[in-house]
Design a binder for this molecule. Structure first.
Ligand code: SF4
Ligand code: SF4
Length: 440
């Protein structure tokens, strides 16, 4: 039945290629210039709070929005704002961006101080002010996630450290290098949100991370580390909740309706750091890898550093790149320029040579059903493709294409190499228009 969440995860077995698993994070020096987009999260973009010619300091609030679904943006460097430009992100969305010429001094803004927090409301306000968004890639504003409509129903915190996308090892390094902050962050969230049980879900292809986190848990702490089978997409929210807690987030439900809040492991570690220092989210750890990269690494960079600068820090290219991706190979997005800046939810830069970037030719569907078997939600991409061609909105509704999370399992499993994710995205867009026309 389409849309029914399978209790045993389907998904696909992807090559891990976690080449940088043992690469300790290296701090990249501050570049000469950063570009800070006003949209680095899911939701409404921010408006710049500074103008060309202004001097800014590290941690200074430089962008905010009055919209509910948004997250403030802070300067990652000290220096002068040389321009407020238009920026077109890899998804084609136009927003404003600040260009800041760094002065190399990294002077910290005078307003930076640990937040004073005594209540749940003050905690959520502090997290909002920190600019934190889901660091695993989703970019959902964390303050909204921590403040569900039904807080009395929520008793469980699930920390997402599945990191199921190939190549990416940034969260693995968070576990290896920052375990005390992860555990403290969990305790802080539990305390202010009055949660009872925390789980940390880590795929079993990271045995060192599992052992290390376990070794840091003090006897008697309720934190449970769950070793997850390495299978993509273990890190998808609904899948992770089931695999760690056994709870099913049914269609139309939010995780909070199943009593759960999910946070990325780097996000929860950031909570600890912010509560202690008050320094908002201005840096990002990310994995740089792929067949075209000379020296794959895990690096921590100032937000707004361009891909070009990050790649140069990693030795440049060993061969001409054919494709450069922001994020992982399954859900990441190709960038059209190396001037693309690193944003908050950017956990990887992958650059591939011609051989690895080749897109196989599509052939006709042979109705093998592999796409349906691979889909964690039992969607039927082959039927969705057909309904879209026929412009049959009612059928697309019935096929529940709106549930598609663009995980790419169906396309990965398809022997005919059909671009099913793009088709699903187009079908979702078609259905949105169809539904709004129906509503009128
Ligand atoms: S996996 Fe590909 S070939 Fe097989 S049914 Fe699905 S779309 Fe058709
Ligand atoms: S991309 Fe959508 S249809 Fe394809 S497997 Fe993922 S959720 Fe299912």
């Amino acid at each position: 039945m389409a849309g029914f969440f399978k209790k045993s995860l389907s998904g696909v077995k992807v090559p891990h290629n976690k080449n940088t698993m043992e690469s300790a994070t290296v701090d990249m020096p501050i570049p000469e210039q950063v570009t800070i987009p006003m949209l680095q999260h899911m939701g409404a973009p921010c408006e710049p709070l500074v103008k060309t010619g202004d001097h800014v300091k590290v941690g200074q609030l430089v962008g905010s929005s009055t919209q509910f679904m948004s997250a403030p943006i802070h300067a990652s460097v000290s220096g002068d704002v040389t321009a407020i430009d238009e920026y077109i992100n890899p998804a084609g969305i136009r927003t404003k961006c600040l260009v800041i010429k760094t002065d190399g001094l990294q002077e910290v803004d005078e307003s930076i101080a640990p937040p004073i927090v005594n209540t749940r409301e003050e905690f959520i306000e502090a997290i909002k002010n920190s600019g934190l968004v889901g660091l695993g890639g989703a970019g959902f504003p964390t303050a909204i996630k921590l403040n569900p409509k039904n807080p009395e129903k929520v008793d469980t915190l699930v920390i997402n450290c599945a990191e199921c996308e190939p190549y990416i090892t940034a969260d693995n390094r968070e576990c290896m290098e920052n375990a005390p902050a992860i555990l403290n962050g969990i305790k802080t969230v539990m305390k202010y949100l009055n949660l009872k049980k925390p789980y940390i879900g880590i795929e079993d292809n990271k045995p060192k991370a599992i052992a290390h986190i376990k070794s840091q848990i003090i006897a008697g702490d309720p934190i449970e580390v769950v070793s997850l089978k390495s299978k993509y997409p273990q890190g998808a929210e609904k899948v992770l909740i089931y695999e760690t807690t056994g709870r099913v987030v049914e269609e139309g439900m939010l995780p909070a309706d199943a009593g759960v809040i999910v946070m990325n492991v780097s996000s929860v570690a950031f909570v600890d750091s912010y509560m202690k220092t008050g320094m908002p989210l201005i840096k990002k750890r990310l994995t740089v890898d792929g067949s075209a990269v000379k020296e794959p690494k895990n690096v921590r960079v100032a937000i707004g550093t361009t891909f070009e600068d990050v790649l140069n820090f990693c030795g440049g290219f060993k061969t001409e790149p054919k494709k450069v991706i922001m994020g992982g190979p399954m859900m990441g997005i190709s960038v059209y320029t190396l001037k693309t800046p690193v944003i908050k939810n950017n956990n990887a830069i992958l650059a591939f040579d011609e051989k690895d970037a080749v897109t196989p030719n599509e052939t006709a569907c042979i109705r093998c059903g592999s796409c349906v078997r691979a889909c964690p939600f039992s969607l039927m991409p082959l039927e969705i493709e057909r309904a879209l061609k026929l412009e049959d909105g009612a059928k697309l509704e019935k096929l529940k294409v709106n549930l598609c999370m663009a995980c790419g399992c169906c396309a990965f499993a398809c022997p005919a190499h059909r671009d099913l994710v793009t088709t699903n995205n187009l079908a979702k867009k078609f259905l949105r228009n169809y539904s709004s026309k129906q509503a009128k």
